[in-house]
Each structure stands twice: as C-alpha cells, then as structure tokens.
Design a protein around this ligand. Structure first.
Ligand code: F6R
Length: 242
C-alpha cells in the first residue's frame, strides 16, 4: 500500500485527481470505478476543471459506480446517479450511455446486482477503482460483518451508516435502509485502487485498514491483499498512522 499524506482536503483532492487524470491520459478508453460521498467531491471538481482547461478527454471513458440506494429513482436528488450527474458527468464530455450506476429502481435485487456485475465483466474489468471509507471501515456499502461478500449484492445498511448519511436527507427516517453495492471481490478485481480519506473521524478506520489484521469486521482491511493500492489522505485522517 502506498500512502500519500497531504496537509488538507484541498491537497488530497488535487493529488487524487492527478492520479485519475493520469489514468485517463495514459489509457483514454479506461474503465473508471467511481464513488460518491463528501470525500470525492473536491476531486471531481478538480477533474472538471482539468477538462475545462482542455487537459482531459472523457469521450472514450466508461464508468461504473460502487453502489446505489435500493428503491430510489435516478432523478431523486439523493440518489447516487444524481450525485454523479451533478458532480462529474454533466461537467465533462463523457457519453451518458457509458456511465453505469447500479439500478436503484430495479426492485428485483438479484437482477439489479447481476446486471451490474455483468456490465463490469463486459467492459473487461475496472482499471482503477476510487474508494472512500466509512467511519466503520466500510467500502462501497460492504459493512462490517462475518464474511467478505464476493459480487455485487443487496445490503441492509447499519445504524451507524444510516446515521452518517442522514445529513443528506430531511430526516433520518428518509434514509433508504438498503443498497446495491459492488462486493469485496468486485472491488478487489480492479487493477488499481485509489482510496481517499480526510478528517479526524476517519483516522481510526484508516489505521485499522492499513495496520490492523485483515478481517471482514473492517472491510477495507482486505485492501492489504491488493497489489496496487494508493491511499491519499490528509494529516488528520492519517493521525493514527506514524
Ligand atoms: C460511496 C460509498 C461509501 C463512501 C463512504 C464515505 O459511493 O461507497 O463507501 O465512500 O461512506 O463517505 P464520505 O466520503 O461521505 O465520508
């Protein structure tokens, strides 16, 4: 695991955007695995600015997202599809038909998950997977548990994740209780992984991810077994790692 320590969120965003930009430049037909959440917002802003300056071309890029709430439509402003549209897809020249987010409107969980897994396979796998990390060490919506789940699946969100996500909804009762998420195997099959984290609230999870035992109780700890992981995190998030 390569760890890049930055002084703050702005520098984290610029460094991580630089890594994704290099991927797009060096392999213009890359498959990018993308994440939502607060952490990558600055990074997406940086990519959009690079595109505006004529430095990046997304016309041959495909994207696949980690996860989506179950039972939510793409035009709901809390859906992950809406987030991606707002923060990246509408700002760059990516072709809409080349962007894939699990279909939250598909009530048949098995069908929705198999379709997402099939898209990734058909595209030939993910070149680089961007990840944020939950305060409890989750990646995608793979919550702490007794096993690493391999493929895209439907999960019940934990109370702590529902509480953490409540800030985006009018009230905690409106936070969806289930989501479709890439599995740990889906993530681990990506050729490269880029994990971003900022803030003191991520310090414990990041410490356990990088320095603790590999265990499904800390889903991100499995990344220790991946051959090409870069962590870009600010000093606060890395405060427990010497
Ligand atoms: C988002 C996702 C989640 C987030 C994590 C951190 O697609 O899969 O695992 O990366 O919950 O969220 P933020 O960045 O909001 O702290």
């Amino acid at each position: 695991m390569k760890i890049i320590r930055t002084k703050d969120y702005g520098e984290m965003s610029r460094r991580a955007a630089g890594i994704l930009a290099a991927q797009v430049i060096l392999k213009p037909d890359s498959v990018l695995g993308l994440a939502t959440g607060s952490t990558p917002e600055g990074l997406y802003r940086e990519l959009a600015e690079m595109y505006e300056r004529g430095e990046l071309d997304f016309s041959d890029i495909h994207t696949v997202n980690l996860d989506e709430y179950r039972g939510i439509s793409p035009d709901n402003d809390q859906s992950y599809r809406f987030f991606m549209q707002k923060h990246l897809f509408s700002k760059v020249n990516i072709r809409p038909e080349c962007t894939f987010v699990p279909n939250g409107e598909e009530a048949d969980a098995e069908k929705a998950c198999a379709a997402h897994e099939a898209v990734i396979k058909k595209l030939g796998g993910i070149d680089i997977q961007l990840l944020g990390i939950g305060n409890n060490g989750h990646i995608g919506f793979n919550e702490p548990g007794n096993e690493f789940v391999n493929e895209t699946h439907c999960v019940a969100l934990t109370e702590s994740t529902i509480a953490a996500n409540a800030r985006f909804f009018a009230s905690v009762s409106e936070v969806p209780k289930e989501a479709y998420t890439m599995g740990i195997g889906t993530i681990m099959r990506a050729k490269k992984i880029l994990l971003v984290a900022n803030g003191e609230q991520k310090a414990e999870a990041l410490y356990r991810t990088c320095c603790g035992p590999v265990t499904p109780e800390v889903p991100a700890s499995v990344l220790q077994l991946h051959p090409d992981v870069t962590v870009v995190a600010d000093e606060a998030a890395l405060s427990k790692i010497g």
